[in-house]
Design a protein around this ligand. Structure first.
Ligand code: SF4
Length: 447
């Protein structure tokens, strides 16, 4: 008998719900942003952005570079001479890479990261990566991917990075037992928690992709089953499937239900008994359920509006509506991958307003008309909306913060409760100030 923890289904759900598709101006960060969490995850990798001063500024300010630290990312600046075709960009790039690798022998994996400027001047970074890999192999592997903002949202940077790494993964032995691969960058603390849970179920071998070190790339092949830990890895999944690996359909590990069903998908595929699964997950489920109960009072019936940004919107909406009783006004997503989202859509309350893509002005109109209690959006929209009196949550914070798994379920709920509490305090303080304000001098005279 395999593992089954019953999870309450929603009648109807949103599996076949209509989706408003919009095209127009978008307000999102570009894929370079992924470098901020990826360089922390793969500890011997280096990310060399081939871009402009704007790209360098984005990465440096977003990652908060310390002067004395040796960051594992940098920008090879494409300047006016390169743009005007007066310099040979490939020669300059080779020179920069050679100097970098001489100075930083600990680098084992170098990503050349394309940007809008490198794409505009049609600099072929895949040929550059092949050329440099040939020169520096075997001590350094050089790969390339695009982080350009021309047609992406910021989480696609991780997808492009991991997809570029898949062809480098070693092949599994044909007669090796089935193994599980967890795909998507997770905070180390979350990864450790999941590894412990899989070990308690007796499930293995388990690998995590990306690994913490480039020298520990997991093997992949037809005997690999993989679970997506992040909902924005469409190209990576295709690349893994091309290597013969099979995706285990599951919702994403957000909240108690999502985490349980995600673990259950693996447990079922690896024939873990129901008793063993229940024993391994019960303590986490109970702890998280109790912690969420305390936050439910703050979030119940609060109306939430999602602008499309991180691609986490649908799993987050499912968690917030089902486990915390929030009301979904609109759930916007940059891209809707119907098969990766199938389990999530089935769990959304029937009638949820779903939108894909963005026409920011139209969406702002809908948001203002709805006056939700809280808005999840990018940094560029958050300040103006706050100034209009709306409460906001930065979507990017949800990618930087460990939110997956049982132990993080309450932290995730808190990320939404905190701005509401702050707003309530601000409003309370304003009411108090107005109430305790002495009468104006003119009125005193009148009295
Ligand atoms: S890649 Fe494009 S969108 Fe991103 S910082 Fe550079 S120029 Fe701007």
């Amino acid at each position: 008998m395999t593992a089954t923890i019953p999870i309450q289904a929603v009648s109807g759900g949103c599996s076949d719900a209509p989706v408003l598709k919009e095209r127009g101006q978008r307000e999102v960060f570009c894929g370079l942003t992924g470098i901020i969490w990826l360089h922390r995850k793969i500890q011997d990798a280096f990310f060399l952005v081939v871009g402009s001063r704007t790209c360098a500024h984005l990465i440096q300010s977003a990652a908060g570079v310390m002067i004395f630290a040796e960051p594992r990312f940098a920008t090879a600046i494409i300047d006016e001479r390169d743009l005007a075709g007066l310099a040979d960009c490939n020669e300059e790039l080779d020179r920069v890479v050679t100097r970098l690798l001489e100075r930083r022998p600990e680098i084992k994996l170098l990503f050349l990261v394309g940007s809008c400027p490198s794409e505009v001047i049609k600099l072929d970074l895949s040929r550059a990566a092949q050329r440099l890999s040939g020169r520096f192999n075997p001590s350094v592997r050089v790969l390339n991917y695009s982080g350009s903002g021309i047609e992406t949202t910021f989480t696609q940077g991780e997808d492009a990075c991991l997809a570029s790494l898949v062809p480098s993964l070693p092949a599994t032995d044909a007669d090796a037992p089935a193994s599980l691969m967890v795909v998507g960058a997770l905070a180390d603390v979350v990864e450790d928690q999941f590894a412990r849970l899989f070990a308690q179920m007796g499930l293995g071998p388990v690998s995590f992709f990306p690994p913490r070190r480039a020298t520990q790339l997991p093997a992949v092949g037809p005997n690999t089953r993989f679970l997506l830990a992040q909902p924005f890895l469409a190209d990576t999944a295709v690349a893994l499937e091309a290597r013969g690996a099979q995706r285990l359909p599951a919702p994403f590990p957000l909240g108690v239900e999502g985490t349980t069903a995600w673990l259950q998908a693996a447990a079922t595929a690896f024939n873990v008994s129901a008793d063993r699964f229940a024993a391994a997950t019960a303590p986490g489920r109970e702890r998280a359920g109790g912690a969420l109960g305390r936050l439910r009072a703050q979030l119940q019936d609060k109306r939430i509006f999602f602008f499309p940004d991180s691609q986490l919107e649908i799993p987050l909406a499912r968690f917030l509506s089902r486990e915390l009783g929030m009301a979904l006004v609109e759930v916007g997503t940059p891209y809707l991958h119907r098969s990766h989202m199938a389990e999530e859509l089935a769990w959304l309350p029937a009638g949820t307003f779903l939108s894909e893509g963005q026409h920011v002005e139209n969406q702002l109109d809908r948001c203002r008309a709805a006056q939700p209690d809280i808005v999840v959006c990018g940094l560029g929209l958050a300040n103006p909306l706050e100034a209009e009196g709306l409460t906001t949550k930065w979507a990017i914070e949800l990618v930087f913060t460990p939110i997956q798994g049982y132990e993080q379920a309450a932290d995730l709920a808190e990320l939404f409760a905190r701005p509401l509490v702050r707003r309530a305090k601000l409003v309370g303080a304003r009411v108090k100030t107005v109430a305790s304000k002495p009468p104006e001098p003119e009125r005193l005279e009148a009295i």
